[in-house]
Design a protein around this ligand. Sequence first.
Ligand SMILES: O=C(O)CCC(=O)C(=O)O
Length: 586
Amino acid sequence: MPNSVGTRVPKPIPLPKRPLTVQPPIWAKSRQEVCESFEWFKSYQGGVYFKGDIARGYLLGGFYASRDLLARDGRLIISHGGGKAESVHSKKGKPTLQEASDQHEGDKSVRALLHTYRLRKEIALLIDDRYPLFPYDLSAKKDCTYVVLGFYHIVHAWAERQPCNNEKGYVVRWKFAFEWCERQPAPWWLPPSGAVCPPDPDQPEQAAGPLEGRCPACKKKSPLVYKEGWMCLQPSCTAFWTFTDGVLGPEELTYDESFLAVSFRCEHDPLEDIVPQPPAVPEDGVVTSRRFSRGWHCKKCGRLSSRYKWQHWECNHCGETMQVMGKNRIAKEFWGQNNSRFMTHKVHDPANTIRMCSLMQGTVQSFNFPIKRSPGPRGTIYAVLGNSIVNRIADEIFDEYQEQAKTGELQFRRFPLRSHHCRGELLTNYFSQNSGEPYQYVGGTAHTVPFDAAPSAVVKARDLIQSRMMSVMQAESQPYHFNEVLSAAYMEEQSMSFHSDAENGLGPRVASLSLGSCAYMHFRLLKKYRTDGGSGNVPKSLTLFLRHGDVLIMDGADIQKYYEHTVVPLNFRIAATARYIGRNHL
Ligand SMILES: O=C(O)CCC(=O)C(=O)O
């Protein structure tokens, strides 16, 4: 990172790292694996994970600051926390430097860290393979990018002044000192001989507070942190970062030994188990709740893995599995689903090009949403509603899907997203399986099963979609032909984010069957077609409320060209979406 812009970020003196020979008890390759499997850290972007006003996890990464420290074999760690550090972001594909700015006590993550410090609560510390101060090289272990160190306490928190090429010439950064919680076994990275930590002769028997001084200007106390002398460490004070003789603190400072020796001597309640535990199957046998979509900790090798297969948890490192045996859900369970929001279709903006009309054709009721604008999008979205006969067939298909997914005959998986901003792979937030022609959008060719070998649930879903479609499009001389079905399974709180089915070579019609829980399907204009130039939040154009047995048809390539859609189920749901994939499909 260039030192000429923003804060003058010091470089740590590279330590000769020893290869990591012991197996870390909890580790992962991707950030998603950590966030989905480790309750103490669920932050996909920042370095601090907090819940309410309590910091639960802290990730030490590659950004180094002056006086960051790892001492006492990792039992004492000092780090600059709370965000707003100088960072590089990708803007229109180009790396752009974001300058550092002042951290404030009221900033969410600083506030949570300070609160946790005052409550003397434990916090889980993690490192990634870029953290320069850990004496062992994580790359010696395959795929070992993130490692959980263990529980620590925050034993000090103070503000520093860090030089910066901004108008003021500095920024305020908060520093936190974390001390190993002695209520746990010795740090796992130490060789066994060091496991029983002899009492440090320099450590006082009783926990002693740091030496403190009171500032004559603000009358507040600050600890003696640096050997060079006592300074006021209150950022709001006029004497902040000055010695008692008024001289400004230098850049080069050394910690005072009395400051580093301070210890908490854990006084709190017994520690929670830091090792993630799998959920127990509840009495009602429901294994599609949110807990079951979370990741899993392999007891054999320590790896955290996302739940990427439907039929069981599987370790991404050693292949160990854990079965999940639950009951099949029935559509009836979701009949009474009530949501505080609306429970029917909605055209959001009456002046929109989308209109709504309810149609009855024989026994088939459908809501049609014609989209007409010239020049501009043209097409129709149909919501073909279920009825008692259709729902009986849908019930059977729903059950068959679950049965075949349970045994692995139908391989529901979460596949990696093609583009994202997360470290490591990022898997979709739903499970899917592709049958018929390969569909590059999800899973690619390797995981597609041709129709003649497809699970019966998929074939039955395709046939029901086809017949429901025919019932509202009776006037068509040529039956429309689908050659691909993407089946998606959503556990509680899973969803499919905004996308459009606009890839080259896709036929103009896309139709899906809904099974199980109700779902909202929102449509919105793609940013590039909005008259306001796409500023702010993109408003929705249309929301459909899809129920068990409903078939949704998007008819017209313009729907995909101009609009994107998202599906947000209220609970466990399966959908089968049929398309025509042409030869020129990417
Ligand atoms: O879950 C659904 O109903 C639709 C899924 C979808 O949008 C898709 O497969 O592109």
